[in-house]
Write a protein that binds this ligand. Structure first.
Ligand code: DO4
Ligand code: MG
Length: 295
């Protein structure tokens, strides 16, 4: 059982593994370390004493070490409308396109083929304690708290993590052809705080997900769901992602949201989003609005 996290210190990445109570400074990059662990349960590195990992997660930065995203995903993909509630909420917002007598969201929910979309790459993602972004042209951007899997190039699950599929819902609601603009931009995606090896999680279909949004230190939105409600199984999502499509080692697939916030629950500049998933910890990210960021 292993968890991997990464820090930046003096401009360099350092990658750590947690095995039981031991912290190990890993000898290789996190994707190689996850593959090695997956293939033969081996971890290369040296034990470290005195690194208070829990403190680092709660303070984001200690002793010149700043926690960051646990790896640099070469590609991030998303699945959509994998929960009934997402189908219903997405279908209810505005003048939604139809296929025959169903909204496009009802149609994709019922179809054999899932919705799979490109979400970005490493430079669009942030980690624990780093800011997610509201686009300057969006008035309704929401967090989507999701279980995500880290894959190798054969589609094998190397690990699990929390992902926030931050989405400019108004842009997609206006016209579904705008989906890439609602989903892909700098700061559109957060994940971490760590990657857990599959044996840490055991059953990915029994995890509680809690979302909290803080504004001026008060909770302004709180919602919960469980991966028990995921209708589209992860293996099925991976099957479609990898069909006639090669993915590099370390690709992340985020498995869809079971919490779909309405228009009055959109994010605002200065909010803080907190997402917890059983066995995967808590991912905390401040929120910046692009046109409020001073360059
Ligand atoms: O087109 C809709 C995207 C839905 C989505 O991201 C989700 O269900 O999580
Ligand atoms: Mg999503």
């Amino acid at each position: 059982m292993m968890k991997i996290f990464r820090v930046i210190r003096r401009g360099y990445y350092i990658c750590y593994g947690i095995v039981g109570n031991q912290v190990i400074r890993l000898d290789e990059d996190p994707i190689r370390a996850l593959i090695r662990y997956y293939e033969n349960r081996e971890i290369l590195g040296d034990k470290v004493n005195g690194l208070d990992y829990q403190m680092l997660l709660s303070k984001f930065e200690i002793n010149g070490m700043k926690i960051t995203k646990p790896l640099d995903p070469p590609e991030v993909w998303g699945s959509g409308i994998t929960y009934e509630i997402a189908r219903d909420r997405y279908s209810a917002e505005g003048n939604i396109a139809q296929i025959a007598d169903k909204t496009i969201y009802e149609a994709v929910y019922d179809d054999e083929r899932p919705e799979i979309f490109f979400k970005g790459n490493a430079n669009r993602c942030v980690g624990h304690g780093e800011a997610i972004v509201i686009r300057s042209d969006s008035e309704w951007t929401v967090p989507e708290p999701e279980l995500a899997v880290v894959l190798d190039s054969n589609g094998k699950i190397l690990g699990y993590t929390i992902m926030d599929d931050v989405s400019a819902r108004d842009i997609e609601a206006k016209n579904p052809l705008y989906l890439p603009q609602s989903k892909i931009y700098i700061g559109c995606c957060a994940f971490g705080p760590f990657i857990a090896s599959p044996d840490e999680v055991e059953n990915p279909y029994n995890l509680d997900i809690i979302l909290k949004i803080y504004r001026d230190n008060m909770i302004v939105c709180e919602s919960t769901t469980s991966t028990r409600k995921m209708r589209r199984k992860i293996e099925e999502q991976i099957k479609y992602l990898t069909r006639d499509n090669s993915i590099p080692d370390g690709t992340i697939l985020t498995t869809g949201t079971g919490i779909a916030l309405s228009k009055d629950k959109g994010l605002k500049h200065g909010d803080v989003v907190e997402i917890s998933i059983s066995k995967l910890g808590t991912l905390i990210t401040p929120v910046l609005r692009r046109d409020n960021i001073k360059s």
